[in-house]
Ligand binder design. Structure first.
Ligand SMILES: C[S@@+](CC[C@H](N)C(=O)[O-])C[C@H]1O[C@@H](n2cnc3c(N)ncnc32)[C@H](O)[C@@H]1O
Length: 477
């Protein structure tokens, strides 16, 4: 194998540093004509940025010595003869690498073994690898392993416990949580039952803030807030969160409350969702978010003690509550279990942020922001029909969107009527599919997102901008 094609991955290879002494000794032996046993490698895919690589499991010092002597190829044997998925086999690769390195001449130092134990613990967030097995593989006592990895395990356990508590509070049944986190149902039930995190109010009265408290209990901020607000009325929650309650059908929020939801293209303020929950649901109701993005709807449901099922084509570890689902045009299956009381739908506003959404999607399953205008409207006709079929007679549809015009480059008088997609189109599609719009709530965007220069250019070209964003509330007829 060509040495230049081999990868030394510090997270897999068990030595914290290369030993200069060993490399020199090998290089001298090579010069004297010594033969070395082959190194051990493994071909992998789904490595960094999804690339392929051939990583060294054993023989890094030999490679270095060969390289120093100007030899470009080295004999290698493969651990498994098929390429492995790197992300899925990280722990197995770490184990194999440690096993191979332990068994020969240049023994691993205690520091190396500690590093291996910590790397294995980090690569195994579900805590499947037992301390006993790690101790046996690395040839050290169980106490040493415990000392080396206990901080990592404690962090993993608390973050895993917060995931479990979050999912349970959003209404996931214990069987589904147990599948998600890889723990037995009994263990999940124990963790949910012991969700008492101590007295948040005492810490607050000692002058600590909610960020400190979330860190203290090793949980995310929205969950810490949800536990603090547990049992209060909706009105009390608004007050404690510092959100004024809007009485009229104009909901303007200067900015997103950064405490809730992730940084996400097209992120909406938690306050907007809180108002929808306040006026159109009650505690314990089930909310469906078909295109959940940065999870601001689940976070707000957590705060206001509503159950929530969330889907998106883009999913990530940080948000275990969002399940993968690709909504396709045409008749299709309905992924949600249980009939929701409210659907909160915040789809891409036609081609706005098309690039950002497409980066999260794939060519086979593109974001609806990449559809043509006709297909985009057709998609909603199908979705509203499907939602009508799969919900209760009393279900409310909350649908957020904005008028789409080519306002960024077209003067107002020249806008093409066949290109524009407006709130009236969505109102029409809702009524064609059995929904009646009963509220039209204006939730304008802030104008601050445009620079003075952009505004001047628009004025010069007589372009009429759009800051309108409308929440349509519909009921079944
Ligand atoms: C406007 S964003 C949602 C933002 C979210 N409400 C927030 O505040 O973070 C729209 C979401 O729709 C998702 N999406 C677009 N087309 C989809 C499809 N066909 N199936 C599932 N999700 C889709 C995108 O991945 C994106 O996250």
């Amino acid at each position: 194998m060509k040495i230049k094609n081999l990868t030394w991955d510090k997270a897999i290879y068990p030595r914290t540093a290369k030993s200069r002494q060993t490399i020199t000794a090998y290089a001298e032996a090579l010069a004297a004509g010594a033969k070395f046993p082959p190194i051990k490698v493994q071909r992998v895919f789904n490595y960094q940025d999804g690339q392929k690589a051939t990583i060294i499991l054993d023989g890094n010092h030999r490679c270095e010595a060969f390289r120093e002597k100007g030899i470009q190829e080295i004999q290698a044997i493969e651990w498994k003869d098929q390429p492995l998925d790197f992300q899925e086999n990280k722990t197995a690769l770490l184990f194999e690498s440690a096993r191979s390195n332990i068994s020969h001449g240049d023994r691993l130092t205690t520091r190396d073994k500690k590093q291996v134990a910590r790397n294995i613990a980090l690569s195994d967030p579900e805590c499947h690898v037992r301390e006993m097995d790690l101790a046996e593989k690395l040839g050290v006592s169980r106490q040493s392993i415990n000392l080396w990895v206990s901080d990592i395990r404690a962090r993993q356990r608390t973050s895993r416990d917060s995931t479990i508590i979050r999912l349970a509070r959003l209404g996931w049944i214990q069987e589904k949580i147990s599948d998600k986190v890889g723990l037995s149902r009994n263990r999940v039930s124990e963790i949910v039952g012991n969700a008492n995190i101590g007295n948040i109010d005492t810490l607050l009265s000692q002058g600590h803030d909610m960020e400190y408290i979330a860190r203290h209990f090793r949980m995310d901020l929205p969950l810490a807030w949800a536990l603090k607000l547990h049992g209060k009325t909706d009105r009390e929650k608004f007050k404690e969160l510092g959100w004024g309650l809007r009485t009229w059908d104009q909901w303007y929020f200067n900015e997103c409350d950064q405490r809730f939801g992730d940084d996400w293209p097209g992120r909406i303020p938690a306050q907007l969702i809180a108002h929808t929950l306040y006026y159109f649901t009650k505690p314990g109701d089930l909310v469906l978010d078909p295109m959940a993005g940065g999870a601001v709807v689940p976070d707000t449901c957590l705060l206001f003690e509503r159950k929530c099922q969330a889907f998106d084509l883009a999913i990530h570890d940080r948000r275990p509550e969002i399940e993968y689902h690709y909504w396709e045009p045409g008749p299709e299956t309905w992924p949600a279990a249980g009939k929701p009381d409210l659907i909160f739908m915040d789809p891409p506003y036609y081609t706005k942020k098309k690039k950002a959404y497409q980066e999260k999607a794939s060519m086979e399953n593109p974001s609806i922001s990449s559809f043509s205008g006709k297909d985009y409207k057709g998609f909603f006709k199908d979705f509203f029909t499907l939602a009508h079929k799969n919900t209760k007679p009393t279900t409310t549809m909350a649908f957020l969107n904005a008028d789409w015009r080519d306002f960024e480059s077209t003067p107002a008088a020249e806008e093409k009527p066949d290109k524009a997609i407006t709130i009236f189109d969505f109102h029409r599609l809702l009524s064609e599919t059995g929904w009646k719009t009963i509220f039209r709530i204006e939730c304008p965007l802030s104008t601050e997102r445009l620079t003075g220069n952009q505004v001047r250019k628009m004025q010069d070209k007589r372009i009429l901008g759009t800051i309108g964003r409308t929440l349509l509330i519909a009921k079944k007829i």
